[in-house]
Design a protein around this ligand. Structure first.
Ligand code: 4NP
Length: 171
C-alpha cells in the first residue's frame, strides 16, 4: 500500500547518484537479510548495482555475527538468492550513513523512529509494506521465526513484490 511519507522520501532520492538503503527487522537473521539479498539481486540484474549501497541490521543484538537463519537461507536459495550477511545490531550512526531505513513491521518502525534525533532522520524510516502492492491483506512483513515453511515463503513473496516496486520508484 503506498504511503505519502514514503513516496516523499523516495522522490527526494530519485536523482541521487548513490542511494544508501538499510533494511531492518528484529533479529537480522530472517527478514532484513532476505530483503538485502533480494534487493541486491534485483539491482545487479538491472545493471544498477553501483548506484546502491545496501545493508541490513537488527533491533535485537542477540544474533550478532550469525549468518541468516538456515531456513531463511534455504528458502531464499531455492529462488536463486544467496544470503551471506552477518547479523549486526542497528547503530546510531546508521541514521547518518543511510538515506533510507526500511522497517519490516510496526514494532521495528516505531522503535527506529524513536531513535531518530532529528525530523530529517525520522523521515528516513519507512515500512517495507508501503512498497508491496500485491498483498493487500498484509500490513507488515510478518516475523517467520516461529512459523513453518509457509512463513518463509510469504516473507520472500512480500519482499520480491516490495523490492521490485521500490527499485522501479527509485530508478
Ligand atoms: P527476524 O526474525 O527479525 O526476521 O530476523 C527473528 C529472528 C530471531 C528472533 C526474532 C525474530 N529472536 O527472538 O531470536
Amino acid at each position: 500500500m503506498t504511503n505519502i511519507n514514503s513516496d516523499k522520501i523516495i522522490n527526494s532520492l530519485k536523482n541521487k547518484d548513490k542511494v544508501k538503503i538499510l533494511f531492518v527487522c528484529l533479529g537480522n537473521i530472517c527478514r532484513s537479510p532476505a530483503a538485502e539479498g533480494v534487493f541486491r539481486s534485483m539491482v545487479e540484474e538491472k545493471g544498477v548495482g553501483k548506484r546502491f549501497e545496501i545493508d541490513s541490521a537488527g533491533l535485537y543484538g542477540g544474533h550478532a555475527g550469525e549468518l541468516p537463519d538456515r531456513r531463511m537461507r534455504v528458502h531464499a536459495f531455492q529462488r536463486g538468492y544467496s544470503l551471506i550477511h552477518h547479523s549486526r545490531p542497528v547503530r546510531m550512526s546508521d541514521f547518518e550513513d543511510f538515506d533510507l531505513i526500511i522497517a519490516m513491521d510496526d514494532s521495528n518502525y516505531q522503535r527506529l523512529r524513536s531513535f531518530a534525533t532529528t525530523l530529517e532522520d525520522q523521515r528516513k524510516v519507512v515500512k517495507m509494506i508501503d512498497f508491496v502492492t500485491g498483498f493487500p491483506q498484509y500490513d507488515c512483513v510478518p516475523d517467520p521465526y516461529y512459523e513453518g515453511a509457509e512463513g518463509f515463503e510469504l516473507v520472500l513473496n512480500l519482499l520480491e513484490d516490495g523490492c521490485s516496486n521500490l527499485l522501479n520508484k527509485l530508478n
